[in-house]
Design a protein around this ligand. Structure first.
Ligand SMILES: NC(=O)c1ccc[n+]([C@@H]2O[C@H](COP(=O)([O-])OP(=O)(O)OC[C@H]3O[C@@H](n4cnc5c(N)ncnc54)[C@H](OP(=O)(O)O)[C@@H]3O)[C@@H](O)[C@H]2O)c1
Length: 283
């Protein structure tokens, strides 16, 4: 039995759907049962509750041999992930797969990668078998700009001329599903990128190409972005996101990895393909 978290979100949802297609025996910890109705209909057992609640997690881990741990970024992510790890040890879970990020390194300087790294270290010291999934920027983040691209043919982000090797959540889900059902993944950290290093100006060109009209990326000054998001994100989260985006703007990523192709056996989805697949949202 595999326990999944985060199935009502982007990566967890993709992971769950791809595991269902593989016929895996699945249980999911969800906060809102209604949001996971399709998975329940597909045979996924649901345990309803919050990951912060140790009793709920214990109940969810009963009889589980592998667990997938994904939490959104927030003030409590590190503490809840460490608690989840300790509860997995106590419950006799054998293999823990954690969603981290490519920026999470030992000398990370901003709060989100630092929290991921601390959680990774806790898992590596736990005695559990582990695999860490470390993706770069999700293409699906650009769904948040669908409204402005549709209305103004412009999108506004504070990444300056920074680069990413953005990856599609469907591909990251495929990696998670492979790691949870395949062999040879214990003790590995997988850095996952898409097929190309792109600035957000390059990303705008991909949108222009698919939509057949000029789409413009407008780099926002960080303070303007912070103002725009105030009240939408919690203060800790907003500050952490601004710091992460500043890091992308200042340093970015200068390479892609071949990890996806080695694991899955095909090229990762390109941004052009992503835009084509979601064209109705942007047109
Ligand atoms: N975005 C990127 O570019 C990027 C790149 C690399 C790594 N990452 C990492 O990916 C992770 C986010 O993945 P995602 O984008 O797939 O997340 P997401 O779409 O925001 O989904 C978050 C999931 O976690 C669940 N959840 C939230 N709080 C919970 C709680 N207290 N108890 C139980 N479940 C809870 C949510 O359930 P509800 O539906 O109930 O809210 C949802 O299913 C983060 O750790 C981030 O650092 C992101």
């Amino acid at each position: 039995m595999i326990l999944l978290t985060g199935v009502t979100g982007k990566i967890g949802g993709e992971t769950a759907r791809q595991l269902v297609a593989k016929g895996a025996s699945l249980r999911a910890l969800v906060r809102d049962e209604a949001k996971a109705a399709d998975l329940k209909a597909a045979g996924v057992e649901l345990v309803v509750g919050d990951i912060a609640d140790a009793d709920t997690v214990r109940q969810a881990m009963d009889g589980v041999d592998k667990a997938f741990l994904l939490l959104p970024n927030g003030e409590h992510q590190e503490a809840w992930e460490k608690q989840f790890t300790d509860l997995a040890v106590a419950a006799g879970v054998k293999h823990l797969v954690k969603m981290s990020s490519m920026e999470a390194v030992a000398d990370a300087e901003t709060p989100i990668p630092q929290a991921h790294w601390a959680s990774e270290e806790h898992i590596r010291a736990s005695g559990l078998d582990w695999t860490i999934i470390k993706p770069n920027f999700f293409m699906q983040n650009l769904l948040g700009s669908a409204g402005s691209i549709k209305e103004k043919r412009k999108f506004f982000l504070p990444m300056g001329n920074g680069t990413t090797g953005m990856a599609d959540a469907r591909d990251i889900g495929a990696v998670c599903a492979e790691v949870l059902t395949g062999s040879g993944h214990v003790g590995k950290s997988y850095e996952i990128t898409g097929p190309e290093v792109l600035t957000f100006f390059d990303a705008a060109d991909r949108f222009s190409e698919v939509l057949g009209e000029k789409v413009e990326y407008v780099p926002l000054p960080m303070e303007q972005f912070r103002e725009k998001m105030t009240g939408i994100l919690q203060p800790w989260h907003l500050n952490a996101v601004c710091e992460l985006f500043r890091e992308i703007a200042e340093m970015g990523l200068d390479h892609t990895t071949s990890t996806f192709k080695e694991l899955i056996g095909r090229e990762p989805i390109s941004l052009k393909q992503f835009v084509e697949d979601h064209v109705a949202l942007y047109k």
